[in-house]
Write a protein that binds this ligand. Structure first.
Ligand code: AVJ
Length: 326
């Protein structure tokens, strides 16, 4: 008797890409690195949602306060969009205010663009019930997702892109400009980009937001090592690493690192990699750049936008910036 089994590739292309990026990041001369997007698997996305609830992490509450309070004013200052795209929607909780403000005025398509399928599902659940809003989610990298959105535009319709939560801060400054230029190249004059930027603040307060006493951020950071064990069959001992958050005054950013607590070897079969780490050596996992209030408008001017308006939260210095395509 012939038995047939469904054939499924032994290793998915997503895991192969993860393996290749881990390999190149961990063998980089000088500072070893893991790309920050890999922090956000299903566990990492859930831990990030928990970070947003921490008293030390005021960013998300400031972001939400501004959106809730000024949504109508924000929408009144943009060309009323038929299409609202959100880069990295996460759970979508704070997006509600803007979507409702748009949908009070017209029928709207909303496109969350997310690499985390779990976050995308949560977002579709959170925002799926708003009157006059039709959701179409894209599980794609930001620019590919945005390309799919603009392909749906019909003549005379405007697009609004949301890039909330200071996710732009993950890019170093030159790369942020490049990314904004790429967004710009997919848009048309009059389209809008609402972009959140965390502002510079007291260094101790800023650092504590990334090194909370309950250790939630440490778990978020450490999870990327657990992910390497899960997906690449590695043998990393998490007890031999420590979470570290430091303020880089020159680059004006918080950096998250994983510090090796002793001289050790790490074996990552799925990436065909064995490396030796020195005691005290770090792996850089994320940057969160902080901005001066005048900086977003300067970024807009360099990248094909003008900054139409800015709203700043007083309690936790954070800015929403409305860019309009020139
Ligand atoms: C989602 C990139 C905006 O940089 O503040 C929070 C991620 N990392 N705590 C940030 C994060 C550690 C967050 N962003």
């Amino acid at each position: 008797m012939l038995t047939r089994t469904l054939s499924k590739p032994a290793v998915s292309s997503a895991v192969l890409e993860f393996a290749a990026d881990i390999r190149s990041g961990l063998t980089r001369p000088g500072q070893r690195e893991i790309l920050s997007k890999y922090l956000y698997d299903e566990v990492g996305s859930a831990l990030f949602e928990a970070i947003c609830l921490l008293p030390e992490y005021g960013l998300t509450r400031a972001d939400t306060r501004l959106l809730r309070r000024y949504a109508d004013e924000m929408v009144a200052r943009m060309a009323l969009p038929a299409h609202v795209a959100e880069l990295g929607s996460g759970s979508g909780k704070k997006t509600r205010w803007i979507l409702e403000a748009v949908a009070r005025r017209r029928f709207t398509f909303y496109y969350p663009i997310e690499i985390s399928p779990a976050a995308l599902a949560a977002c579709e659940k959170e925002l799926g019930q708003i009157d006059l809003v039709h959701i179409v989610g894209f599980e794609k990298p930001y620019l590919e997702g945005l390309q799919s959105v603009v392909n749906r535009r019909e003549y005379g319709e405007s697009v609004c892109v949301l890039f909330l939560g200071s996710t732009i801060g993950n890019f170093d400054r030159p790369a942020a400009d490049d990314f904004l230029r790429q967004i710009r190249s997919l848009l048309l004059p009059g389209d809008s980009l609402l972009i959140g930027t965390d502002l510079e603040k007291d260094v101790a307060m800023q650092t504590l937001a990334y090194d909370d006493p309950a250790g939630v951020t440490a778990a978020f950071n450490m999870n990327v090592l657990a992910r390497i064990n899960r997906e690449l069959g590695a043998d990393v001992n998490l007890n031999e690493f420590a979470h570290e958050a430091r303020w880089n005054a020159e680059e004006r950013r918080i950096e998250m690192h994983l510090r090796s607590l002793r001289r050790q070897r790490v074996n990552i079969p799925g990436a065909n990699l064995r490396i030796g780490l020195e005691s005290g050596e770090t792996i850089w996992t994320e940057s969160s750049h902080k901005y001066r209030p005048s900086e977003p408008a300067e970024m807009a001017a360099r990248t094909g936008f003008r900054c139409e308006a800015q709203w700043i939260d007083k309690e936790w210095p954070f800015a929403q910036n409305l860019f309009i395509v020139k």
